[in-house]
Design a protein around this ligand. Structure first.
Ligand code: SF4
Length: 250
């Protein structure tokens, strides 16, 4: 990486305006403290899923007797986890469903209701829900939740321009914090200002893993500038497996 390129990437990092990892994290995900999985398993729905880390992790243990993932990434309810956040005393950022998509169609409505009930009760935590199923999230929340608690952030993944429509759905939800994860970022993405200004946080990152697809630095800079223009806090995660020259580094 040349000095100029290094400066540009550093500039992206120093523009981070929300939190990164905090001490005592129990997850490697940079923008949260803990993960909470009351169910696991999912199926791909769009190009961002092609190298799903959760599926790869779970499938490694398929068939291993007595292992948590003996059924791989097949969908499973894990209702014994529903009250876990009530036992965690330290206020934390909690990513809901790191091993699933909470609005995957196999997740029953009544299970979602139980998850929302726990989040309302565990008001000392901040819960982050991230989905690629924006339609179901909007539909379900509209029918079942009177007021989204202030400690519940709702978000969608937008991996390329084709899925900006998920933001159109997201902004229908009356939540205190609506966020967008542009990762793995697979193309330039231009978000209309009238949508961007209704977002309270944006995360950008490249893909990791040996099959990682390349993110161009210019795409990340473009999103950073759109965020800046609209006053949206921006968190740059990393370039993934490529440097700013487009060379593979991992
Ligand atoms: S929606 Fe998320 S959990 Fe489901 S397959 Fe895609 S990346 Fe994996």
């Amino acid at each position: 990486m040349t000095e100029t390129q290094s400066n540009r990437t550093a500039d992206l990092e120093t523009t981070n305006t929300r939190r990164g990892a905090s001490p005592g994290n129990t997850t490697k995900i940079e923008w949260t403290d803990k993960t909470w999985n009351t169910c696991t398993g999912c199926q791909p729905i769009s190009p961002g899923c092609a190298n799903c880390y959760a599926s790869a992790l779970a499938e490694r243990f398929r068939g291993v007797p007595n292992h948590h993932f003996t059924n791989g990434f097949d969908f499973e309810l894990r209702e014994h986890r529903l009250e876990d956040p009530l036992q965690w005393r330290k206020p934390s950022m909690v990513f809901v469903g790191s091993m699933t998509d909470l609005f995957y169609d196999q997740v029953p409505d009544d299970h979602l209701a139980k998850v929302f009930e726990t989040m309302a009760r565990a008001s000392h935590h901040t819960f982050q829900i991230l989905t690629k199923r924006a339609d179901r999230m909007v539909d379900w929340v509209g029918k079942h939740v009177d007021i989204v608690p202030n400690n519940v952030w709702v978000g969608v993944t937008v991996e390329n321009q084709d899925y900006v429509s998920r933001i159109e759905k997201l902004v229908e939800i009356p939540a205190k914090v609506r966020f967008v994860s542009f990762e793995p970022l697979l193309s330039e993405v231009v978000v209309p200002d009238y949508l961007m200004e209704q977002i309270q946080w944006a995360i950008v990152g490249g893909e990791t893993g040996h099959r990682a697809r390349r993110m161009e630095e210019a795409w990340a800079i473009g999103l950073r500038d759109q965020c800046k223009r609209n006053g949206v806090p921006f968190f740059f995660k990393h370039m993934g497996m490529f440097n700013a020259d487009g060379e593979r580094v991992g």
